[in-house]
Design a protein around this ligand. Structure first.
Ligand SMILES: Nc1ncnc2c1ncn2[C@@H]1O[C@H](COP(=O)(O)OP(=O)(O)OP(=O)(O)O)[C@@H](O)[C@H]1O
Ligand SMILES: [Mg+2]
Length: 368
Protein backbone atom coordinates (compact mmCIF):
# COMPACT_ATOMS: atom_id res chain seq x y z
CA UNK A 1 0.00 0.00 0.00
CA UNK A 2 1.17 3.47 -0.81
CA UNK A 3 -0.01 6.96 -0.01
CA UNK A 4 0.88 8.97 -3.10
CA UNK A 5 -0.75 12.33 -2.56
CA UNK A 6 -1.88 14.31 0.46
CA UNK A 7 -3.67 17.65 0.65
CA UNK A 8 -3.89 19.48 3.97
CA UNK A 9 -6.03 22.58 4.42
CA UNK A 10 -6.18 24.35 7.75
CA UNK A 11 -4.53 21.38 9.43
CA UNK A 12 -2.16 22.51 12.24
CA UNK A 13 0.33 24.90 10.60
CA UNK A 14 -0.53 23.83 7.03
CA UNK A 15 -2.79 26.34 5.30
CA UNK A 16 -3.15 24.72 1.91
CA UNK A 17 -0.49 22.32 0.84
CA UNK A 18 -0.44 19.32 -1.49
CA UNK A 19 2.34 16.78 -1.22
CA UNK A 20 3.18 14.00 -3.59
CA UNK A 21 5.08 11.09 -2.13
CA UNK A 22 7.47 8.51 -3.37
CA UNK A 23 6.04 4.99 -3.20
CA UNK A 24 9.16 3.81 -1.36
CA UNK A 25 10.99 6.37 0.69
CA UNK A 26 10.22 9.91 1.83
CA UNK A 27 12.68 11.90 3.91
CA UNK A 28 10.97 14.86 5.55
CA UNK A 29 13.45 17.39 6.78
CA UNK A 30 13.50 20.88 8.17
CA UNK A 31 14.36 22.86 11.27
CA UNK A 32 12.52 22.51 14.57
CA UNK A 33 8.86 23.55 14.73
CA UNK A 34 8.31 23.70 10.96
CA UNK A 35 5.66 21.00 10.61
CA UNK A 36 7.45 17.66 10.19
CA UNK A 37 5.65 15.87 13.00
CA UNK A 38 2.39 17.55 11.96
CA UNK A 39 2.76 15.95 8.53
CA UNK A 40 3.26 12.47 9.99
CA UNK A 41 0.38 13.05 12.37
CA UNK A 42 -1.84 13.89 9.40
CA UNK A 43 -0.95 10.61 7.71
CA UNK A 44 -1.66 8.54 10.83
CA UNK A 45 -4.90 10.41 11.43
CA UNK A 46 -6.02 9.87 7.87
CA UNK A 47 -5.27 6.17 8.11
CA UNK A 48 -7.02 5.36 11.38
CA UNK A 49 -9.02 8.38 12.54
CA UNK A 50 -6.92 8.71 15.70
CA UNK A 51 -4.07 11.13 16.26
CA UNK A 52 -1.01 9.81 18.03
CA UNK A 53 -0.77 13.03 20.01
CA UNK A 54 -3.95 15.15 19.97
CA UNK A 55 -6.53 14.33 22.60
CA UNK A 56 -9.28 16.19 20.81
CA UNK A 57 -9.81 16.58 17.09
CA UNK A 58 -10.12 20.35 17.41
CA UNK A 59 -6.47 20.62 18.47
CA UNK A 60 -5.53 19.76 14.89
CA UNK A 61 -7.49 22.63 13.34
CA UNK A 62 -5.22 25.57 12.47
CA UNK A 63 -5.22 28.31 15.11
CA UNK A 64 -6.75 30.88 12.78
CA UNK A 65 -9.53 28.78 11.25
CA UNK A 66 -12.64 26.81 12.14
CA UNK A 67 -12.19 23.92 9.75
CA UNK A 68 -9.57 21.56 8.50
CA UNK A 69 -9.52 18.99 5.76
CA UNK A 70 -7.23 16.13 4.88
CA UNK A 71 -7.41 14.30 1.57
CA UNK A 72 -5.19 11.34 0.83
CA UNK A 73 -4.90 9.33 -2.36
CA UNK A 74 -2.98 6.18 -2.95
CA UNK A 75 -3.12 2.55 -3.92
CA UNK A 76 -3.83 -0.57 -1.92
CA UNK A 77 -3.17 -3.76 -3.80
CA UNK A 78 -3.87 -2.65 -7.35
CA UNK A 79 -6.75 -0.46 -6.37
CA UNK A 80 -6.83 3.36 -6.21
CA UNK A 81 -8.17 4.57 -2.88
CA UNK A 82 -9.08 7.97 -1.50
CA UNK A 83 -9.84 9.14 2.03
CA UNK A 84 -11.11 12.52 3.08
CA UNK A 85 -11.61 13.83 6.61
CA UNK A 86 -13.13 17.17 7.48
CA UNK A 87 -12.82 18.64 10.94
CA UNK A 88 -15.00 21.42 12.30
CA UNK A 89 -14.65 23.32 15.53
CA UNK A 90 -18.34 23.25 16.29
CA UNK A 91 -19.50 20.01 14.67
CA UNK A 92 -18.55 16.37 14.45
CA UNK A 93 -16.00 15.42 11.85
CA UNK A 94 -17.06 13.87 8.56
CA UNK A 95 -15.33 10.94 6.91
CA UNK A 96 -15.35 9.82 3.28
CA UNK A 97 -13.83 6.72 1.74
CA UNK A 98 -13.66 6.59 -2.06
CA UNK A 99 -16.11 9.51 -2.11
CA UNK A 100 -18.71 7.66 -0.05
CA UNK A 101 -19.57 8.99 3.38
CA UNK A 102 -18.82 6.57 6.21
CA UNK A 103 -19.81 6.70 9.84
CA UNK A 104 -17.04 5.33 11.99
CA UNK A 105 -13.27 5.26 11.91
CA UNK A 106 -13.42 1.48 11.39
CA UNK A 107 -14.13 2.06 7.69
CA UNK A 108 -10.98 4.16 7.41
CA UNK A 109 -8.93 1.49 9.12
CA UNK A 110 -9.65 -0.93 6.32
CA UNK A 111 -7.84 1.17 3.73
CA UNK A 112 -4.35 2.21 4.86
CA UNK A 113 -2.43 0.82 7.80
CA UNK A 114 0.35 2.60 9.60
CA UNK A 115 3.03 1.90 12.15
CA UNK A 116 4.21 5.13 13.76
CA UNK A 117 7.24 5.50 15.96
CA UNK A 118 8.35 8.61 17.82
CA UNK A 119 10.62 9.30 20.80
CA UNK A 120 7.49 9.43 22.96
CA UNK A 121 7.07 5.72 22.40
CA UNK A 122 9.53 5.23 25.22
CA UNK A 123 6.36 5.32 27.25
CA UNK A 124 5.53 2.00 25.74
CA UNK A 125 8.22 0.57 27.98
CA UNK A 126 8.28 3.05 30.85
CA UNK A 127 4.65 3.85 31.55
CA UNK A 128 1.96 1.80 33.26
CA UNK A 129 0.13 -1.18 31.79
CA UNK A 130 -2.55 1.03 30.21
CA UNK A 131 -0.07 2.35 27.65
CA UNK A 132 0.87 -1.16 26.56
CA UNK A 133 -2.77 -2.22 26.41
CA UNK A 134 -3.34 0.73 24.12
CA UNK A 135 -0.56 -0.44 21.87
CA UNK A 136 -2.14 -3.91 21.71
CA UNK A 137 -5.60 -2.48 21.10
CA UNK A 138 -4.44 -0.12 18.36
CA UNK A 139 -2.61 -2.88 16.52
CA UNK A 140 -5.35 -5.48 16.92
CA UNK A 141 -8.12 -3.09 15.89
CA UNK A 142 -6.24 -2.59 12.62
CA UNK A 143 -5.68 -6.31 12.18
CA UNK A 144 -8.95 -7.90 13.21
CA UNK A 145 -12.40 -6.40 12.79
CA UNK A 146 -13.83 -8.84 15.34
CA UNK A 147 -11.36 -7.54 17.91
CA UNK A 148 -12.56 -3.99 17.49
CA UNK A 149 -16.16 -5.09 17.91
CA UNK A 150 -15.33 -7.12 21.01
CA UNK A 151 -13.39 -4.21 22.48
CA UNK A 152 -16.33 -1.85 22.02
CA UNK A 153 -18.73 -4.32 23.63
CA UNK A 154 -16.36 -5.01 26.47
CA UNK A 155 -15.86 -1.31 27.20
CA UNK A 156 -19.56 -0.58 27.13
CA UNK A 157 -20.36 -3.44 29.51
CA UNK A 158 -17.48 -2.47 31.79
CA UNK A 159 -18.74 1.10 31.93
CA UNK A 160 -22.28 -0.01 32.78
CA UNK A 161 -21.12 -2.46 35.39
CA UNK A 162 -18.78 0.08 36.98
CA UNK A 163 -21.62 2.57 37.24
CA UNK A 164 -24.03 0.06 38.77
CA UNK A 165 -21.46 -1.05 41.35
CA UNK A 166 -20.57 2.52 42.20
CA UNK A 167 -24.16 3.69 42.62
CA UNK A 168 -25.38 0.52 44.35
CA UNK A 169 -26.61 2.42 47.43
CA UNK A 170 -28.67 5.00 45.57
CA UNK A 171 -29.92 2.66 42.85
CA UNK A 172 -30.22 -0.86 44.30
CA UNK A 173 -32.92 -1.53 41.70
CA UNK A 174 -30.18 -1.72 39.03
CA UNK A 175 -28.25 -4.50 40.79
CA UNK A 176 -30.15 -7.33 39.08
CA UNK A 177 -28.61 -6.13 35.79
CA UNK A 178 -25.09 -6.98 36.95
CA UNK A 179 -25.03 -10.61 35.77
CA UNK A 180 -26.08 -9.54 32.27
CA UNK A 181 -23.17 -7.09 31.96
CA UNK A 182 -20.76 -9.57 33.53
CA UNK A 183 -21.78 -12.11 30.92
CA UNK A 184 -21.20 -9.58 28.12
CA UNK A 185 -17.75 -8.94 29.55
CA UNK A 186 -17.06 -12.68 29.61
CA UNK A 187 -18.09 -13.19 25.98
CA UNK A 188 -16.24 -10.20 24.55
CA UNK A 189 -13.38 -10.58 27.04
CA UNK A 190 -12.64 -14.09 25.74
CA UNK A 191 -12.09 -12.63 22.25
CA UNK A 192 -9.75 -9.98 23.65
CA UNK A 193 -7.73 -12.50 25.63
CA UNK A 194 -7.34 -14.90 22.75
CA UNK A 195 -6.40 -12.25 20.18
CA UNK A 196 -3.97 -10.58 22.57
CA UNK A 197 -2.33 -13.91 23.44
CA UNK A 198 -1.83 -14.84 19.78
CA UNK A 199 -0.55 -11.39 18.90
CA UNK A 200 1.90 -11.27 21.82
CA UNK A 201 3.27 -14.72 21.00
CA UNK A 202 4.15 -13.54 17.49
CA UNK A 203 5.30 -10.15 18.66
CA UNK A 204 7.66 -11.85 21.07
CA UNK A 205 9.25 -13.86 18.31
CA UNK A 206 9.96 -10.91 16.01
CA UNK A 207 10.73 -8.30 18.65
CA UNK A 208 13.24 -10.50 20.46
CA UNK A 209 15.12 -11.04 17.19
CA UNK A 210 15.19 -7.29 16.43
CA UNK A 211 16.32 -6.39 19.91
CA UNK A 212 19.05 -9.00 19.93
CA UNK A 213 20.41 -7.78 16.62
CA UNK A 214 20.12 -4.11 17.49
CA UNK A 215 22.00 -4.61 20.76
CA UNK A 216 24.83 -6.37 18.98
CA UNK A 217 23.77 -9.80 20.25
CA UNK A 218 23.99 -8.76 23.87
CA UNK A 219 20.44 -8.35 25.18
CA UNK A 220 17.54 -10.80 25.38
CA UNK A 221 14.13 -9.15 25.12
CA UNK A 222 11.13 -11.16 26.32
CA UNK A 223 7.40 -10.47 26.28
CA UNK A 224 4.89 -12.10 28.55
CA UNK A 225 1.13 -11.76 28.55
CA UNK A 226 -0.49 -11.48 31.97
CA UNK A 227 -4.26 -11.73 32.12
CA UNK A 228 -6.85 -12.94 34.64
CA UNK A 229 -5.36 -15.70 36.76
CA UNK A 230 -8.03 -18.27 35.97
CA UNK A 231 -7.23 -18.18 32.22
CA UNK A 232 -4.53 -20.80 32.65
CA UNK A 233 -3.59 -20.82 28.97
CA UNK A 234 -4.69 -17.66 27.12
CA UNK A 235 -4.10 -19.45 23.81
CA UNK A 236 -6.92 -21.95 24.60
CA UNK A 237 -9.95 -22.16 22.32
CA UNK A 238 -12.71 -19.60 23.03
CA UNK A 239 -15.04 -22.07 24.77
CA UNK A 240 -12.39 -22.82 27.40
CA UNK A 241 -11.62 -19.14 27.90
CA UNK A 242 -15.29 -18.29 28.23
CA UNK A 243 -15.72 -20.92 30.93
CA UNK A 244 -12.65 -19.78 32.81
CA UNK A 245 -13.55 -16.10 32.63
CA UNK A 246 -17.08 -16.87 33.76
CA UNK A 247 -15.82 -18.85 36.75
CA UNK A 248 -13.49 -15.97 37.55
CA UNK A 249 -16.29 -13.39 37.44
CA UNK A 250 -18.50 -15.52 39.64
CA UNK A 251 -15.73 -16.07 42.16
CA UNK A 252 -15.17 -12.31 42.39
CA UNK A 253 -18.80 -11.17 42.38
CA UNK A 254 -19.04 -10.73 46.14
CA UNK A 255 -15.73 -8.90 46.35
CA UNK A 256 -16.79 -6.58 43.52
CA UNK A 257 -20.03 -5.75 45.29
CA UNK A 258 -18.13 -5.05 48.51
CA UNK A 259 -15.42 -2.89 46.88
CA UNK A 260 -17.82 -1.39 44.32
CA UNK A 261 -15.22 -1.83 41.63
CA UNK A 262 -14.73 -4.09 38.62
CA UNK A 263 -11.76 -5.80 40.14
CA UNK A 264 -10.32 -7.94 37.43
CA UNK A 265 -10.71 -8.74 33.78
CA UNK A 266 -8.91 -8.06 30.51
CA UNK A 267 -9.16 -4.33 31.29
CA UNK A 268 -6.31 -4.98 33.75
CA UNK A 269 -4.16 -6.99 31.33
CA UNK A 270 -0.42 -6.41 31.21
CA UNK A 271 2.14 -6.96 28.48
CA UNK A 272 5.24 -7.59 30.57
CA UNK A 273 8.46 -6.57 28.82
CA UNK A 274 11.77 -7.76 30.20
CA UNK A 275 15.38 -7.41 29.14
CA UNK A 276 17.73 -10.10 30.36
CA UNK A 277 15.00 -11.22 32.72
CA UNK A 278 14.66 -7.86 34.44
CA UNK A 279 11.42 -5.91 34.18
CA UNK A 280 12.12 -3.26 31.53
CA UNK A 281 9.62 -0.81 33.01
CA UNK A 282 11.74 -0.49 36.14
CA UNK A 283 15.25 -1.32 35.09
CA UNK A 284 15.84 -0.58 31.41
CA UNK A 285 18.27 2.22 30.56
CA UNK A 286 17.17 5.00 28.23
CA UNK A 287 18.86 3.38 25.24
CA UNK A 288 17.54 -0.08 26.10
CA UNK A 289 14.00 1.23 26.45
CA UNK A 290 14.28 2.98 23.10
CA UNK A 291 15.62 -0.13 21.41
CA UNK A 292 12.90 -2.28 22.98
CA UNK A 293 10.14 0.13 21.90
CA UNK A 294 11.50 0.24 18.37
CA UNK A 295 11.76 -3.55 18.27
CA UNK A 296 8.10 -3.80 19.26
CA UNK A 297 7.10 -1.43 16.48
CA UNK A 298 9.17 -3.19 13.83
CA UNK A 299 7.69 -6.50 15.01
CA UNK A 300 4.21 -5.02 14.69
CA UNK A 301 5.04 -4.09 11.13
CA UNK A 302 6.11 -7.66 10.29
CA UNK A 303 2.90 -9.06 11.72
CA UNK A 304 0.87 -6.63 9.62
CA UNK A 305 2.79 -7.75 6.57
CA UNK A 306 2.00 -11.41 7.32
CA UNK A 307 -1.67 -10.82 7.95
CA UNK A 308 -2.40 -8.22 5.27
CA UNK A 309 0.03 -9.41 2.63
CA UNK A 310 1.45 -5.88 2.33
CA UNK A 311 3.68 -3.77 4.53
CA UNK A 312 1.86 -0.95 6.33
CA UNK A 313 3.17 2.60 5.95
CA UNK A 314 6.06 3.07 8.33
CA UNK A 315 6.40 6.52 9.90
CA UNK A 316 9.51 7.24 11.89
CA UNK A 317 9.61 10.59 13.67
CA UNK A 318 12.95 11.79 14.96
CA UNK A 319 14.11 8.28 15.57
CA UNK A 320 17.67 8.41 14.44
CA UNK A 321 18.77 11.47 16.34
CA UNK A 322 18.57 9.55 19.58
CA UNK A 323 20.39 6.38 18.60
CA UNK A 324 24.10 5.67 18.51
CA UNK A 325 25.60 5.10 15.04
CA UNK A 326 25.47 1.32 15.20
CA UNK A 327 21.81 1.29 16.16
CA UNK A 328 21.09 3.91 13.46
CA UNK A 329 22.62 1.70 10.86
CA UNK A 330 20.64 -1.25 12.11
CA UNK A 331 17.38 0.70 11.78
CA UNK A 332 18.17 1.97 8.31
CA UNK A 333 19.01 -1.53 7.13
CA UNK A 334 15.90 -3.07 8.60
CA UNK A 335 13.22 -0.71 7.37
CA UNK A 336 13.36 -1.56 3.71
CA UNK A 337 10.23 -2.93 2.09
CA UNK A 338 7.00 -0.95 2.24
CA UNK A 339 6.57 2.81 2.07
CA UNK A 340 8.59 4.85 4.51
CA UNK A 341 8.20 8.38 5.91
CA UNK A 342 11.07 9.49 8.07
CA UNK A 343 11.74 12.91 9.59
CA UNK A 344 15.07 14.43 10.48
CA UNK A 345 16.73 17.79 10.88
CA UNK A 346 19.36 17.45 8.13
CA UNK A 347 18.92 15.53 4.93
CA UNK A 348 22.39 14.75 3.59
CA UNK A 349 23.30 11.53 5.27
CA UNK A 350 19.83 10.05 5.34
CA UNK A 351 18.99 10.65 1.71
CA UNK A 352 22.35 9.30 0.68
CA UNK A 353 21.64 6.18 2.71
CA UNK A 354 18.00 5.71 1.80
CA UNK A 355 17.46 7.26 -1.61
CA UNK A 356 13.89 8.32 -2.42
CA UNK A 357 12.24 11.70 -2.21
CA UNK A 358 13.29 14.60 0.00
CA UNK A 359 10.64 16.99 1.26
CA UNK A 360 11.99 20.17 2.78
CA UNK A 361 9.46 21.69 5.16
CA UNK A 362 9.52 25.29 6.36
CA UNK A 363 6.69 27.06 8.20
CA UNK A 364 4.04 24.67 7.02
CA UNK A 365 5.09 24.69 3.38
CA UNK A 366 7.07 22.39 1.21
CA UNK A 367 9.99 24.26 -0.36
CA UNK A 368 10.65 23.27 -3.91
N1 LIG B 1 -3.53 23.67 15.68
C1 LIG B 1 -2.46 24.30 15.25
N2 LIG B 1 -2.54 25.37 14.41
C2 LIG B 1 -1.46 26.02 13.96
N3 LIG B 1 -0.21 25.67 14.27
C3 LIG B 1 -0.03 24.62 15.08
C4 LIG B 1 -1.14 23.89 15.61
N4 LIG B 1 -0.65 22.89 16.38
C5 LIG B 1 0.69 23.02 16.35
N5 LIG B 1 1.06 24.05 15.57
C6 LIG B 1 2.43 24.52 15.28
O1 LIG B 1 3.08 23.67 14.40
C7 LIG B 1 4.46 23.92 14.51
C8 LIG B 1 5.26 22.73 14.02
O2 LIG B 1 5.04 21.61 14.78
P1 LIG B 1 5.76 20.19 14.50
O3 LIG B 1 5.57 19.42 15.77
O4 LIG B 1 5.25 19.56 13.27
O5 LIG B 1 7.28 20.59 14.32
P2 LIG B 1 8.50 19.72 13.83
O6 LIG B 1 8.88 20.20 12.47
O7 LIG B 1 8.20 18.29 14.00
O8 LIG B 1 9.63 20.19 14.84
P3 LIG B 1 10.70 19.38 15.71
O9 LIG B 1 11.89 19.22 14.85
O10 LIG B 1 10.98 20.30 16.84
O11 LIG B 1 10.08 18.10 16.15
C9 LIG B 1 4.69 24.34 15.95
O12 LIG B 1 5.36 25.58 15.97
C10 LIG B 1 3.29 24.52 16.52
O13 LIG B 1 3.14 25.72 17.21
MG1 LIG C 1 8.76 16.88 15.43
Amino acid sequence: MELLELTLRGFRNYRDETFSFDPRCNVIYGENAQGKTNLLEAIVYLACGRSPRARFDREMIGFSGDEASLIGRGTVGERAREIEIRLHRARRRSLTVDQVKVKGAAALGEVFHTVYFSPEDLYLIRAGAAERRRFLDDALCQLRPRYELALQRYRRALEQKTRILRDADERPDLLPLLPEFSEQMVMSGAVLVQCRAEFIARLHEYAAAYHLECSGGREALALRYETVSSATDPLSPPETLIEQLRAHMEAHAAAERASRLCLSGPHKDELRVSIDQQDAKQYASQGQARTAALSLKLAERDIFKNVLGEYPLLLLDDVLSELDPRRQEFVLNRIRGGQLFITCCEDDRLTALLGGKVLHIREGRELS
